[in-house]
Design a protein around this ligand. Sequence first.
Ligand SMILES: [Zn+2]
Length: 279
Amino acid sequence: MTNNAPIKRLVHDNFTIEGYSRAAVQTYWRIPEFKLGFDLGAQPWDFMGTATWFVSHTHLDHIAALPVYVARRRMMKMDLPTIYVPDHALAQIRQFLQTVERLDRGRLPCALIPVSAGDEIEISREFVVTTHRTAHTVPSIGYIVWQRRRKLKPQFRNLSGEEIRDARLSGVEVAAEIRVPQVAYLGDSRPRGLDDNPEMYRARVLIAEMTFVAPSHRKDLIHKHGHIHLDDVIARRDRFENERVIFGHFSTRYHDRQIRTIVEKALPGLLDGRVHLWL
Ligand SMILES: [Zn+2]
């Protein structure tokens, strides 16, 4: 199938980050192995198979393709998709879909589920998604995907299989749940969105934005517009515990080569090679 929107891929251990993000153009990400994605600023044809999406905020470059995506799934007779959206915008997003339904004379069947900061969404036995308040020019939500595993409690680790089974049969809880933050998605945000949600610094993979990189783009102006500047990242360079930090959503006023040159000069070694510029 022809592809109508660029996709960049990064394999990390046992999962893949796919997507693209450029400020004011389009933002979409997904992790196919986790069966979920973030934002619907455009919709590459191949992304249709992912049935669960989390929308960070309602700027057009993050939500414009919502009706396109829903219509494609209906056309291909796929299951109803589930789309989580910031709760303040639910009614208007419904209206938006209804308007498109009337214009297009086609139904747009989907489950729209409102979220607000502090929610915990169980999407499968294996995965839980938590929602986090970020700091943009419209209300916005960041997401963390946690993988759950059952792990034997320390006092049972040296026992034999039989002893553990006996303990379990006698009603003792031998295992405890551990959660690993696999992927954090910041969306568009001022640096406060990271600082207020320190778990994001601990996720194995952090997908963040760095809209501005040039020294001439004054920081305070940028913060008023709800974005992150390279200088903010430098100021926090010791906070990133992530195995990988993906920066995207660069302003279209920069060329790719310019971004790479500026960032590599300011962050020599790109935090031990953990920083990926999504260009
Ligand atoms: Zn935005």
